[in-house]
Design a protein. Structure first.
Length: 89
C-alpha cells in the first residue's frame, strides 16, 4: 500500500516537500492544488494526478505537464480506497 497525498493550494508546498521523500508517493492535486508545480516529484518517479473538474474549472485543460495524469472522481475514489491517505487539503 502506497501513501496517497491529497494536495490543495493552502498546504500544497508542504505536501509536495514531504512526498518528495517518499519513494512510492502518489500525489493528487485537488482544488487550487492544480496550480502547483509537481514536476520535481514526477522526475523522481512519483505518480502525479490532477482531478479533471478542478483542472477544467481553472482553465488549465491541456496546460499541465505531460507527467500529470488527469483523473475523474471515480478514479480518485479508487485511489483513496487502495492507498493510505495523507491529506494536505
Amino acid at each position: 500500500m502506497s501513501n496517497l497525498y491529497l494536495v490543495d493550494k493552502i498546504y500544497g508546498q508542504n505536501g509536495l516537500k514531504i512526498a518528495q521523500s517518499d519513494p512510492d508517493a502518489k500525489v493528487v492535486l485537488i482544488q487550487d492544488g492544480v496550480y502547483l508545480d509537481a514536476s520535481a516529484l514526477a522526475a523522481k518517479g512519483a505518480k502525479v494526478y490532477a482531478v479533471a473538474p478542478d483542472v477544467e474549472r481553472r482553465g488549465l485543460s491541456g496546460k499541465l505537464s505531460g507527467s500529470v495524469e488527469i483523473i475523474d472522481y471515480d478514479q480518485l475514489v479508487d485511489l483513496i480506497v487502495a492507498n493510505k491517505v495523507i491529506n494536505f487539503a
